[in-house]
Ligand binder design. Structure first.
Ligand code: NAP
Length: 286
């Protein structure tokens, strides 16, 4: 069986060009769409992510407003800014780029972003809706992965899905996305015993750990679907995923590369969520 390399870059382009058309149609109706991004400090990786998001907005036709805050900002100043953006009628989506300095309470910040503008899907109300399988803003990385499955006709019904990682932004929402699509879901984390035994049974293996070459060929079932969320920087500055791509590829039926896999889809689904927020705030959808 030929291995299919899932082209996240191409698929993201397609999603974005459809959104561009939607955005133009909204504009013709006099409706503009705008994303506000808050970034605190100068984490180099965050800077790259924020730049990618601003470029994607420009490409799709979404207006973009950046709030770059010094890492000495207080919790009150951060919360006050979020409240101001909540009330600003010209802003449809609010995104707080993580990580933020550890003296600040990120949970309170996420809680403060009103659910209607929470395009990253991190407000507990939106997380709760995902758990209950209700319409919501799904966090962008898991949502991008689900979009890949849809576009490549990978049906999750009855499949054994194994997720490596249980973070609030990737692993946990993914559990519910896959469960909502009728998969049997197993989650592994740093305390899991005998990971290889578990991953070897996966029809679909999704790795979101952040360790280069963690997933090796001997951990993978023949013809499994492999989704690599990891972004790890190598000594030469290039990025690599969690999966030992070259060897695992030989066994997989589908596999995502890094770069060019999950990353671009994450940004595309953020754009999708901003447009959805705009439509909803203008009474065009429930
Ligand atoms: P995170 O918050 O650091 O979570 C890592 C998870 O991996 C934790 O649940 C941790 O377990 C688990 N883990 C760590 N070492 C492990 C081991 N040896 N065996 C099994 N589980 C282990 O990371 P994250 O924010 O979810 O991100 C994960 C990776 O995805 C990173 O490389 C990040 O850069 C990347 N990422 C990519 C995108 C994208 O768009 N492509 C988006 C977000 C993140 P514990 O819970 O027990 O500590």
């Amino acid at each position: 069986m030929m291995t299919i390399i899932i082209d996240g870059k191409e698929l993201a382009k397609k999603v974005r060009s459809n959104l561009k058309i939607e955005c133009e149609e909204l504009r013709k109706k006099g409706i503009k769409s705008k994303l506000a991004v808050i970034m605190i400090g100068d984490d180099p990786a965050s800077k790259v992510y924020v730049r990618n998001k601003s470029r994607a907005c420009e490409d799709v036709g979404i207006e973009y407003e950046e709030h770059l805050l010094n890492s000495s900002i207080t919790q009150k100043e951060l919360i006050d800014l979020i409240k101001k953006l909540n009330e600003d009628k010209t802003i449809n989506g609010i995104l707080l780029q993580s990580p933020i300095p550890s003296n600040l309470d990120i949970n309170e910040a996420f809680r403060t972003i009103v659910p209607e503008k929470d395009v990253d899907g991190f407000n507990p109300v939106n997380v709760g809706k995902l758990v209950l399988n209700q319409d919501t803003f799904v966090s962008c990385t898991p949502y991008g992965i689900m979009k890949m499955f849809e576009e490549y006709n990978i049906d999750l019904t009855g499949k054994n899905v194994v997720i490596l990682g249980r973070s609030n932004i990737v692993g946990k929402p993914l559990i519910h996305c896959c469960l909502n699509k009728n998969a049997t879901v197993t989650t592994c984390h740093s305390k899991t015993q005998n990971i290889k035994e578990i991953t070897s049974k996966a029809d679909i293996l999704i790795s979101a750990i952040g360790k280069a070459n963690f997933v090796t060929e001997d951990m993978v079932k023949e013809n499994a679907v492999i989704i690599d969320v990891g972004i790890n920087r190598k000594d030469d500055g290039k990025i690599t995923g969690d999966v030992d791509f070259e060897s695992v590829k030989e066994k997989a039926s589908y596999i995502t590369p890094v770069p060019g896999g999950v990353g671009p889809m994450t940004v595309a689904m953020l754009m999708n969520n901003v447009i959805k927020a705009t439509r909803r705030q203008n009474g065009m959808i429930d």
